[in-house]
Design a protein around this ligand. Structure first.
Ligand code: HGY
Ligand code: MN
Ligand code: MN
Length: 409
């Protein structure tokens, strides 16, 4: 094995100390003090690895290793270190720290590839604070509208732009984070699988063939607040009762789907008194599938059901799309290099689809993209119990190292 498994494992645990919360999970939201501390720690790892470090205008952290041919296209690798609320220690950091380990190993072994290599830590992949997501990779791909920085708000009403300013960034300069696609040769991301395919196959590492599309919506239903005791059932305009039917309908529809999934992760009830019929309810829908037409078809059916239910109950409705990422196939060229790397590292090569969204799906819009998955214990993620074994992480980092050397040579 070329990479240093102990060093990588120790870095995962050092990083997991930053943002540890009372449930034993980690909460590192974008543009917060906690995230700044995590980035500062990663900067020290990048410097120890011998990389030239910079931070771009949206807060992406970049560690660069020069190649033999100056100004040739760069091979990029990385992931994120922001987390969901009370998430696990591997979702994001596994990819960032494996990437740093791979480049540090190249430097220590005196390996100079033709192309330069960059490790990138993307800002706000999860969207946990502002319900948007992929902020850093969308900026790098030139797909982030500056308006979104001034409109998306966190639960305290702070916009992304205000949060950026508090973090010492100028939102007006955010578009400068856009990368020139011609300068990029490939993007490869190592990530935990967050599912059970590798565990069921008793495999450490897998090659991702494609990433599902992800659409996020917010549904707001406005009815009439009223007295829980004196308002007859037939005279109510109860948005929460309507929401309950709509959420069950969405779940029922998804249960009959082959691969699509539909999730309601957020719901807010106003005014929220035990003895008050709610006046307003807002809830989220997360719709995913590898087939975009199917995602649209599911949304259309959901929208029709929402409209009928609200019509029958005299409820006003608003549906807002918060986020939309198309399904992204992985590059055949990169998968082939990964296959060769698997053979050299003697790991069995399992191919699988990613049910989770990643910065890689955004980078796929500007360059050839590939992903390596490592096994997740019990398929658990977005949960403090998220876990990957040291040997699986090391095996994944070794395959990443070999793949990057191939792609950059
Ligand atoms: O939502 C996702 O799939 C990813 O964790 N951002
Ligand atoms: Mn995640
Ligand atoms: Mn992730």
């Amino acid at each position: 094995m070329n990479i240093n498994s102990e060093r990588l494992w120790n870095r995962i645990h050092k990083l997991s100390e930053i943002g540890k919360d009372e449930n034993g999970g980690v909460t590192r939201l974008s543009f917060t003090e906690t995230e700044r501390k995590a980035k500062d720690l990663v900067v020290t790892f990048m410097k120890d690895a011998g990389l030239a470090v910079r931070e771009d205008e949206i807060g992406n952290l970049i560690g660069r290793k020069e190649g033999a041919i100056f100004n040739s296209q760069v091979v990029m690798t990385g992931s994120h270190i922001d987390s969901v609320i009370s998430g696990g220690n591997f979702d994001g950091p596994a990819g960032v720290l494996s990437a740093i380990e791979a480049l540090q190993t190249m430097n220590e072994k005196g390996i100079v590839t033709e192309s330069p290599l960059e490790v990138i830590v993307f800002t706000d992949e999860e969207g946990a604070r502002f319900s948007t997501g992929m902020l850093g990779s969308l900026s790098a791909a030139g797909k982030l509208s500056k308006e979104e920085l001034y409109s998306a708000k966190d639960k305290n009403g702070v916009t992304i732009a205000e949060a950026m300013k508090q973090a010492g960034l100028d939102p007006e300069l955010a578009p400068n984070a856009k990368r020139n696609p011609e300068e990029i040769k490939a993007y490869v991301e190592l990530h935990i699988e967050q599912g059970k395919v590798l565990e069921n196959a008793d495999a450490s590492v897998g090659i991702v063939t494609g990433i599902v599309g992800v659409d996020w919506y917010r549904v707001t239903l406005k009815g009439e607040a009223g007295h829980a005791g004196t308002t007859p059932m037939g005279l109510r305009k109860d948005p929460l009762a309507a929401a309950a039917r709509i959420i069950s309908y969405g779940e029922e529809m998804a249960r009959n789907e082959k691969s699509a999934v539909v999730t309601v992760g957020q719901i807010e009830v106003k005014p929220g008194g035990i003895n008050i019929i709610p006046g307003e309810v807002a809830f989220s829908f997360d719709i995913r599938d590898i087939n975009k037409e199917n995602m649209n078809d599911i949304f259309e059916k959901l929208k029709a059901y929402i409209e009928t239910t609200c019509e029958e109950r005299g409820i006003e409705l608003e549906i807002e799309q918060l986020h939309s990422l198309d399904p992204s196939p992985c590059s055949e060229r990169i998968m082939k290099k990964m296959e060769e790397s698997f053979t050299e590292t003697e790991v069995q090569s399992i191919k699988l689809i990613s049910g989770a969204g990643h910065d890689a799906m955004v980078m796929a819009s500007i360059t050839d993209m590939g992903m390596i998955f490592i096994r997740s214990k019990d398929g658990i993620s977005h949960n403090p119990k998220e876990w990957s074994d040291q040997k699986d992480l090391a095996m994944g980092a070794e395959v990443l190292f070999t793949t990057l050397v191939k792609l950059a040579s």
